[in-house]
Design a protein around this ligand. Structure first.
Ligand SMILES: CCCCCCCCCCCCC[C@H](O)CC(=O)SCCNC(=O)CCNC(=O)[C@H](O)C(C)(C)COP(=O)(O)OP(=O)(O)OC[C@H]1O[C@@H](n2cnc3c(N)ncnc32)[C@H](O)[C@@H]1OP(=O)(O)O
Ligand SMILES: NC(=O)c1ccc[n+]([C@@H]2O[C@H](COP(=O)([O-])OP(=O)(O)OC[C@H]3O[C@@H](n4cnc5c(N)ncnc54)[C@H](O)[C@@H]3O)[C@@H](O)[C@H]2O)c1
Length: 720
C-alpha cells in the first residue's frame, strides 16, 4: 500500500492504493512506518510524500466509515505525526488531492503540485466534514473566508487557484499533452529538489497548526450560513462544517481539533451521512450489472442523431463536446437549421459566461455535420433517433436506418414511453437496438436510462453504457416496461397528488409538503414547468380521458388536470396552469379559479372535502412511489435498489440527503411502509397502486432491510 525508497538522501514515501490511493488502514500504517524509518535513518535529510499512479490520495477510504476501520490508527493522528516529524516533509500533489488527501498535504511542511492537479475538501457531499484537521489547518493557512468557502461548498479548485490562495508553495508546470508517468517523474524531481533545498531550514512557521488565525466578524458567519441554507437546503454537514471553521478562529489548535472531532462524531452517525455515502457508491455501481461484461463494449467513434428538435440538439451537444463527430439529421431544412442554431447558441452562451473559450467552442462545433440525408449515416457506429413520439414514425425511421447503416451500427431510440421490442422489430438487428432515454435538457441532465429490449445483446448494452460514461452521463440500465423506471414510478406518485386534491388538498398544500421533504419543487409546480399538456397526451394515449373507455374499477383522479388543459392552462408557458404566473416568471401563485374548480370537481365526483395533514400527504405520495419501486425490482425491471435511487435523485430531484426512495424506505422501516400501504389501500380500494408489492410484503414480514437482502441476492447470483 506504500513503498519506501531513498533518492539523494531524501526518503520517498509513495502511496500505492489504486485506483485513487484512498487512505485505507494499510496506507496509514505504511505512512507511519515510512516516517519512522526516515526519522531513524541518519543519512536521510528530508522526506517526500507522493501518490503512485494517477493521483495523490483522493481522500480517506469511504468504505472504512461503515465498517469502523477508520477508527484504527485514525487519520488525524497520522497527520499529527507527519507535522511533528523533525525532518522537513514535502508533499507532491498530482491528480486529485481531496478530503483526507488534502489534509495530509496540510500536515506536511511544504506542498508542491502539478498544474494539472486539483485540491478540495468534498466531505460535506458525504454528509461529514474534513475530520482530520482540515477545518482547523486550512483557515490557519489561507484565512477563514477562503477556507470556509472551500469547506462548506465542498467544491474542488484547480492547482493554479490553490497556489493563488496560498495553499501551495510551488507549482510544477505540466502540459495537457504529457503522460501521467511524465507528470509523476517531473513532480518527484521537483519535490526532491525542494526537499534538498530546505533540508537544513528551520521548521518554524512551517507547521500549519502553529499558525495564527485572523478572526472575522459574526456578520461573515451569518451571511455564509444564509447562503448555505439556500444553496444546500436541507443538508446538515455544510452548516456544521462552518461551526468547526468558526472554532478554528476562537480556540487554540488543540481545542479546535476537539470541536472538529465532536462535530464529526455527530455527523458520522447521522442518517444524512449514511444516505449520501450510499449515493456515492450507488452512482459508481450502476456500471456493475450481473451478467454484463463491460469490457465487451465496442468503441464508438462516430455518431448519428436523428431529429434536430429539443432532445436531438441537446443529445448532439454531449458528443461534440467530447470531440466525437456527429451527423445531425432532420426531415425538414427549417427544423435542422433551428436545431443547429440551438447548438450554436449553447456554445455562444458558454463562451459568454466564461465556461469555455471561443477556440474550444469552435472546435466542438467543427465536429457537427448537419444533414437532410440519411445516407450520410452509412458509416456511423451508433445512431440515436429523437423524432416524434409515435410508434409508426419511430419504426419507419429504424427500418430505414437498418437498411442504410453498416451491420455493426447500434440503433438507439430516445423514446420515453414506447416499447423497445416493438421498435426493434422493424429491423433485422434487434440485438443491436436499445433505448437511450436522455432527460431534458439532454445536454444538462446527467441521468440516462438505457433500456434493454428482450433481444438487446450484452455487447450492445456494454457499448452504450460505456459511451454514456464517456459523455459524462450517469447511465442506469433498466428493463423495457411502460415509463421504464423513472416515469413508471412517477405515475403512482402523481396519482396520489391528484387524489389528494379530490379529497380536500390544494396544489400548494401538496407542493409545500414535497418541498419541505426536500424536493426542489412540488409535483404541481413540476407539471406546470414541464407543460400540463404532456400528462394529458399520455392519459389520452392510455385511453383514460374518455369516461366511457375507463376501467370502472379504477379510480380516476385527473378530471381537474384534464379541465386545466381545456382551459388552456398549460403551465408556465401559458402563464397559467395549476398556479398563475406573472409574465416571464416561473414563480407561481395559487389561483382562485383553479381552487374553485378543484372544489367543484370534488363535489361533482362525490367527495366530502376534509383537512388533510402534512403527514398523510407525504406518506401517500412517497409510499405509492416506493411501492412501485419495489414492483420494478421484483419484476426485474430495475437491477438494484441503488439504481432506482440514482434515477430519482438525478432525474426527479429526490433529496440526496435522504438517499433516494429505496434507501429512504429502509430508513423509515419496511413494515411501517407496508402497513400504511395496506391502510391507504383499504380506504381506497379502487386505486391499484395501493396493491402492495410482493417483495415489500416479504421483507416487511421477515423484518429484513432491502439493501442487505439485495446485496446477498446479487452475491448468491454471481456465485452460481
Ligand atoms: C484522536 C482522534 C480520534 C478520532 C477518531 C476519528 C476517526 C475518523 C477519522 C476520519 C477522518 C476523516 C478524514 C477525511 O476528512 C474524510 C475524507 O477524506 S472523506 C473522502 C473525501 N474524498 C472524496 O469524497 C473523493 C471521492 N472520490 C471522487 O470524487 C472520485 O472518485 C475521484 C477521486 C474524483 C476520481 O473519479 P473517477 O476517476 O471518476 O473514479 P471513480 O469515482 O469511478 O472512482 C474509482 C473507484 O475508486 C473508488 N473511490 C473513489 N474515492 C474513494 C474513496 N475516497 N474511498 C474509497 N473508495 C473510493 C470508487 O468507489 C471507485 O470504485 P469502483 O467503483 O471502481 O469499485
Ligand atoms: N421533450 C422531452 O422532455 C423528452 C424527454 C425525454 C425523451 N423525449 C423523447 O425524445 C423524442 C424527441 O422529442 P423532442 O421533444 O425533441 O421532439 P421535437 O418535436 O422537439 O423534435 C422532433 C424532431 O424530429 C424531426 N423529425 C420528425 N420525424 C423525422 C424523421 N422521420 N426524420 C428526421 N427527422 C424527423 C422533427 O422535424 C423535429 O425537428 C421523443 O421521442 C420524445 O418522447 C422527450
Amino acid at each position: 500500500m506504500t513503498s519506501y525508497k531513498t533518492i539523494k538522501d531524501v526518503a520517498v514515501i509513495t502511496i500505492e492504493n489504486p485506483p485513487v490511493n484512498a487512505l485505507s488502514l494499510a496506507v496509514r500504517e505504511g505512512i507511519l512506518d515510512g516516517l519512522s524509518r526516515a526519522s531513524k535513518d541518519d543519512t536521510v535529510c528530508a522526506i517526500v510524500i507522493i501518490g503512485g499512479g494517477r493521483t495523490f490520495p483522493a481522500g480517506a477510504d469511504i468504505s472504512e466509515f461503515a465498517n469502523g476501520k477508520a477508527f484504527t490508527k485514525p487519520l488525524p493522528q497520522i497527520i499529527e505525526k507527519i507535522e511533528s516529524t523533525q525532518k522537513p516533509i514535502v508533499c507532491a500533489i498530482h491528480g486529485t488531492a481531496f478530503g483526507g488527501g488534502l489534509e495530509v498535504a496540510l500536515g506536511c511542511h511544504y506542498r508542491i503540485a502539478s498544474t494539472r492537479s486539483k485540491v478540495g475538501l468534498p466531505e460535506v457531499n458525504l454528509g461529514i466534514l474534513p475530520g482530520a484537521g482540515g477545518t482547523q489547518r486550512l483557515p490557519r493557512l489561507i484565512g477563514v473566508w477562503l477556507a470556509a468557502e472551500m469547506i462548506c461548498s465542498g467544491k474542488p479548485i484547480e492547482a493554479v487557484d490553490a497556489d493563488a490562495k496560498g495553499i501551495l508553495d510551488d507549482l510544477v508546470e505540466i502540459s495537457s499533452l504529457e503522460s501521467v508517468q511524465t507528470e509523476y517523474d517531473k513532480l518527484l524531481d521537483a519535490a526532491i529538489t525542494l526537499a534538498l533545498r530546505v533540508k537544513n531550514h528551520s521548521l518554524e512557521g512551517k507547521r500549519v497548526s502553529q499558525l495564527k488565525v485572523e478572526p472575522v466578524s459574526d456578520f461573515f458567519y451569518e451571511q455564509l450560513a444564509l447562503q448555505i441554507s439556500k444553496n444546500a437546503r436541507g443538508m446538515n454537514a455544510p452548516l456544521q462544517a462552518l461551526k468547526a471553521v468558526k472554532a478554528s478562529a476562537m480556540f487554540p489548535f488543540k481545542e479546535g481539533m476537539q470541536r472538529e472531532q465532536q462535530i464529526l462524531g455527530r455527523l458520522f452517525v447521522s442518517s444524512q451521512a449514511k444516505a449520501l455515502q450510499h449515493i456515492f457508491f450507488a452512482e459508481r455501481q450502476t456500471m456493475k450489472i450481473p451478467g454484463i461484461d463491460m469490457k465487451k463494449g465496442v468503441p464508438i467513434k462516430f455518431v448519428g442523431v436523428i431529429g434536430a428538435g429539443m432532445m436531438g440538439s441537446g443529445i448532439a451537444i454531449n458528443f461534440i463536446k467530447k470531440g466525437i463527430p456527429v451527423v445531425l439529421i432532420d426531415a425538414e431544412q427549417e427544423f435542422l437549421d433551428r436545431g443547429v442554431k440551438a447548438i450554436e447558441d449553447y456554445f455562444k452562451g458558454r463562451v459568454k459566461k466564461g465556461k469555455t473559450t471561443r477556440f474550444l467552442a469552435d472546435r466542438s462545433l467543427g465536429y457537427l455535420r448537419p444533414s437532410l440525408h440519411y445516407e450520410d449515416l452509412s458509416n456511423v457506429d451508433l445512431v440515436i433517433e429523437a423524432v416524434f413520439e409515435n410508434l409508426d414514425v419511430k419504426k419507419s425511421v429504424l427500418k430505414h436506418l437498418d437498411e442504410i447503416c453498416k451491420p455493426q451500427t447500434i440503433l438507439c431510440t430516445n423514446t420515453s414511453t414506447l416499447d423497445i421490442d416493438q421498435i426493434a422489430s422493424a429491423t433485422n438487428r434487434p440485438d443491436r437496438v436499445i433505448g437511450t432515454h436522455f432527460f431534458s435538457p439532454a445536454n444538462v441532465m446527467r441521468l440516462m436510462e438505457n433500456v434493454a429490449g428482450s433481444k438487446t445483446s450484452e455487447r450492445t448494452i456494454a457499448s452504450v453504457m460505456q459511451i454514456s460514461k464517456t459523455i459524462s452521463k450517469i447511465p442506469v440500465l433498466v428493463g423495457n416496461c411502460f415509463g421504464f423506471i423513472g416515469n413508471r414510478m412517477l405515475f403512482p406518485y402523481n396519482n396520489q397528488a391528484n387524489a389528494l386534491l379530490q379529497e380536500g388538498a390544494f396544489p400548494h398544500d401538496v407542493d409545500k409538503v414535497l418541498y419541505d421533504f426536500g424536493f426542489p419543487m412540488g409535483l404541481f409546480q413540476m407539471s406546470d414547468l414541464a407543460g400540463n399538456d404532456i400528462g394529458l397526451h399520455i392519459r389520452k394515449a392510455q385511453g383514460i380521458v374518455d369516461p366511457s373507455q375507463r376501467d370502472p374499477n379504477e379510480r380516476y383522479v385527473s378530471t381537474t388536470a384534464d379541465k386545466l388543459c381545456e382551459m388552456k392552462r398549460f403551465g408556465v408557458k401559458s402563464s397559467k396552469g395549476w398556479y398563475s404566473y406573472a409574465k416571464g416568471s416561473r414563480k407561481g401563485r395559487p389561483d382562485k379559479e383553479v381552487m374553485d374548480l378543484i372544489v367543484e370537481n370534488s363535489k361533482a365526483e362525490g367527495f366530502v372535502r376534509r383537512n388533510i395533514s402534512a403527514k398523510e400527504i407525504e406518506e401517500r405520495c412517497l409510499y405509492a412511489l416506493i411501492n412501485e419501486g419495489f414492483k420494478c425490482l421484483e419484476e426485474g425491471m430495475a437491477y438494484k435498489p441503488g439504481d432506482i435511487d440514482i434515477i430519482w435523485i438525478y432525474g426527479y430531484g429526490f433529496p440526496p440527503q435522504k438517499g433516494g426512495p429505496m434507501h429512504y424506505a429502509d430508513a423509515v422501516g419496511l413494515k411501517k411502509i407496508y402497513d400504511s400501504i395496506l391502510q391507504y389501500g383499504k380506504a381506497d380500494p379502487k386505486t391499484s397502486a395501493w396493491k402492495p408489492s410482493k417483495l415489500l410484503e416479504q421483507l416487511a414480514s421477515s423484518g429484513k432491510k432491502l439493501a442487505k437482502y439485495w446485496t446477498k441476492k446479487l452475491k448468491a447470483q454471481s456465485n452460481l
